[in-house]
Design a protein around this ligand. Structure first.
Ligand SMILES: Nc1nc2c(ncn2[C@@H]2O[C@H](COP(=O)(O)OP(=O)(O)OP(=O)(O)O)[C@@H](O)[C@H]2O)c(=O)[nH]1
Ligand SMILES: [Zn+2]
Length: 213
């Protein structure tokens, strides 16, 4: 590895393997920050007090980060690490942390995703499954669409025998406001192909609830 490259600061951008995420687009940050200055004022705050001086810019950067999935191509992420392999059993990646933003309130929802597929001549680099989850989660979402988008992307790109996705999340819009239910968890699921069969689906559900201990 080239040492200079290795030590180069990644300050305002991240090289994400194959896709450069222009995380902090300065023009966009400025535009969003201007709005937040006004929002702070509307909330009865003084945007010129010391603690808030940089807040509009911080919020703008945070929002750009929380929605950086728009800059990613999930299908390309999968295509970048597909390998021919004669393995025909279920591959399960479970307990993938999910952080997303509800499109109704712009509040976080978070939890876990469990993803499985049954290869059809091709396997995919394992890390690419959580990367696909992130690429869709880091957008404004509803949990149902997030679940379907992950399923469809894997099915269309990898053409496996079947795909299964289960997502379990807590929604802050239901906890810190609104109905204020602190412990409710929403579960969504999406299946294709072989996972329509009761036996296959049951094996997946057993594997995602099984513990390693
Ligand atoms: N189906 C679905 N609904 C969601 C998701 N995230 C948030 N919501 C819901 O979106 C709905 C928006 O409903 P509205 O009545 O327009 O908004 P609201 O007045 O803020 O509703 P309350 O949250 O009930 O106070 C709420 O019921 C939220 O719970 C999600 O991922 N999936
Ligand atoms: Zn919400």
């Amino acid at each position: 590895m080239n040492i200079t490259d290795h030590e180069a600061p990644l300050d305002d951008e991240q090289i994400d393997g194959y896709i450069k995420i222009d995380r902090y687009n300065p023009a966009k940050i400025n535009r969003i920050a201007t709005h937040y200055q006004d929002i702070l004022q509307q909330l009865g705050e003084d945007p010129s007090r010391q603690g808030l001086l940089k807040t509009p810019e911080r919020v703008a950067k945070a929002l750009q980060y929380l929605t950086h999935g728009y800059d990613l191509d999930p299908a390309e992420i999968l295509r970048s690490a597909m390998f021919e392999e004669d393995y025909s059993q279920m591959v399960v990646v479970k307990d993938i942390e999910v952080y997303s933003m509800c499109e109704h309130h712009l509040l976080p929802f978070f939890g876990k995703a469990h993803v499985a597929y049954i290869p059809n001549g091709h396997i995919v680099g394992l890390s690419k499954i959580p990367r696909v989850v992130d690429a869709f989660a880091r957008r404004l979402q509803v949990q149902e669409r997030l679940t379907n988008e992950i399923r469809d992307c894997i099915q269309e790109t990898l053409s496996p025998v079947g795909v299964a996705v289960v997502i379990e999340c807590k929604h802050l819009c239901m906890a810190m406001r609104g109905i204020q239910k602190q412990n409710s968890v929403t579960t969504t699921s999406a299946f294709t192909g072989a996972f329509a069969q009761e036996r296959t689906r049951a094996e997946f559900l057993r594997l995602i609830t099984a513990s390693l201990d």
